[in-house]
Design a protein around this ligand. Structure first.
Ligand SMILES: *Cc1c(COP(=O)(O)O)cnc(C)c1O
Length: 430
């Protein structure tokens, strides 16, 4: 198997062309790639610096006590965080984003802004482990109830509404199984019930999926992942087109103190600039790797929304269309026939792909959800969502696709040649 090599690397995508094709300079907030680079604002008058300055300050001079001020204290707002927020909001043709210290801080703010004691949320059962834990362990004791539903089934979502339901939150593609839910269909049900509908868009970013255009009220993103893209920061964002709701989220963030820090915001902003380019490449290489790995004897299944065999293929091609066309992101879910022991062995044998939490970076990462990202999810819940002991999540980085494929095929070939007894031995050793 490892002798099968692609003959060439995938060529770099061609640069975006001017939408108008005219000689006039591109308007600054037009194309997606332009917004990713210039959407934060203009070089400042003081220095002319091409990059927004890092304003590392806790507080700001006031000329009149309590007078109108752009900034008063960096727990409430900060110019560098503002720049990131303009950029992220602009990518979704929305109000400026509200940037948080982490993706989970964003989820927490979304929950507190929509739910009070006695209220109820509908949450996709297959979601990031930390999201499920937040609802189960942190919000439930406050009297905020959540029903975890199979959000791939519209009827299950519709049936979960209660008189006190105030929030529907789904993740699509879902972490880690890549199951999809139909954003437009759920938006219709939520809108009819007058319930706010949020989509965790971490896996695809607005590059390949635009929940607000499909009827969602809010997008939630862990910017830690593809938005930063360099494994350098932790951060989260909420984006909405409802100015009043945006203010409520920002105010709540001030109240609990969960704003992004200036340096993290600045680093994230540099990452965003290459988001369209990176996403295009991550997706192209993931598509290629998934189709090469599919059918390998060490695998029970290979799931990637761009594969013809993907169970929700039609929904994927309808929904995964963003600013730069169709694309399915850089995550592949592999179910290893040898279970957990095979996952351990694979992780040990890979040389380029690193075993680690997280995803969405230039470095390729492998995660074993059952013992890592989703370890806090009760086993019954995990099994019901298809997160078995052999499931590994591969985040395809930007290394040479030839090297990546070589690494993965060598690792999988090693598994296929082992006996089951061997694998049980490894399991016992761990
Ligand atoms: C990582 C992740 C989160 C949580 O974000 P943090 O930045 O780690 O707090 C939420 N949703 C999804 C889909 C994620 O992958």
């Amino acid at each position: 198997m490892s002798s099968i090599r692609p003959s060439t690397e995938i060529p770099l995508p061609s640069p975006p062309t001017s939408p108008s094709g005219s000689q006039a300079p591109l308007p600054r907030a037009d194309g997606f790639a332009t917004r990713a680079i210039h959407g934060w604002g203009e070089p400042d008058d003081l220095t002319g610096s091409i990059l927004t300055p890092i304003v590392q300050a806790a507080t700001y001079r006031q000329r009149v006590p309590g007078g109108p001020q752009a900034h008063t204290y960096s727990r409430a707002s900060n110019p560098t965080v503002d720049a990131l927020e303009r950029c992220l909001g602009g990518l979704e043709s929305a109000e400026p984003a509200v940037a948080f210290a982490s993706g989970l801080a964003a989820t927490h703010a979304l929950a507190l802004a929509t739910l009070a004691a006695g209220d109820h949320a509908i949450v996709g059962a297959t979601s990031y482990g930390g999201t499920l834990r937040l609802f189960r362990e942190t919000l439930a004791p406050l009297g905020i109830r959540a029903t975890f539903v199979d959000a791939t089934e519209l009827r299950a979502v519709a049936a979960a509404f209660e008189p006190r339901t105030r929030l529907v939150l789904v993740e699509t593609p879902a972490n880690p199984t890549l199951e999809l839910c139909d954003i437009a269909a759920i938006a219709r049900v939520a809108t009819a019930a007058r319930v706010r509908f949020a989509v965790d868009n971490t896996f695809l970013t607005p590059t390949f999926q635009r929940p607000l255009d499909l009827g969602a009220d809010v997008t939630l993103t862990s910017t830690t992942k593809w938005i930063d893209g360099h494994n350098a920061t932790i951060g989260g964002s909420l984006v909405t087109r409802d100015a009043e709701f945006r203010n409520r989220l920002a105010y709540l963030r001030t109240c609990v103190g969960s704003i992004q820090s200036p340096v993290q915001a600045w680093l994230t902003l540099q990452g965003v600039k290459t988001l369209p380019l990176r996403m295009e490449r991550h997706s192209a290489v993931a598509q290629r790797i998934a189709s090469r790995l599919e059918g390998h004897p060490a695998l029970r299944s290979t799931r990637y929304p761009g594969l013809a065999s993907f169970p929700q293929r039609a929904l994927a091609s309808r929904q995964h269309v963003g600013a730069i066309g169709e694309g399915h992101g850089g995550i592949i879910a592999l179910d290893l026939a040898g279970g957990r022991a095979a996952a351990v062995r694979l992780a040990r044998s890979l040389r380029i792909v690193t075993l680690a939490e997280s995803l969405g970076s230039v470095e390729s990462l492998l995660t074993h959800p059952a013992t890592m990202t989703h370890a806090s999810v009760p086993e019954g819940h995990r099994v019901a969502c298809g997160i078995g002991p052999g499931l590994v999540r591969l985040s395809v980085g930007l290394e040479s696709d030839v090297d990546l494929l070589d690494d993965l095929l060598r690792g999988l070939d090693g598994l296929a040649s082992r006996s089951l007894v061997d694998e049980e031995e490894v399991a016992r050793a761990n």
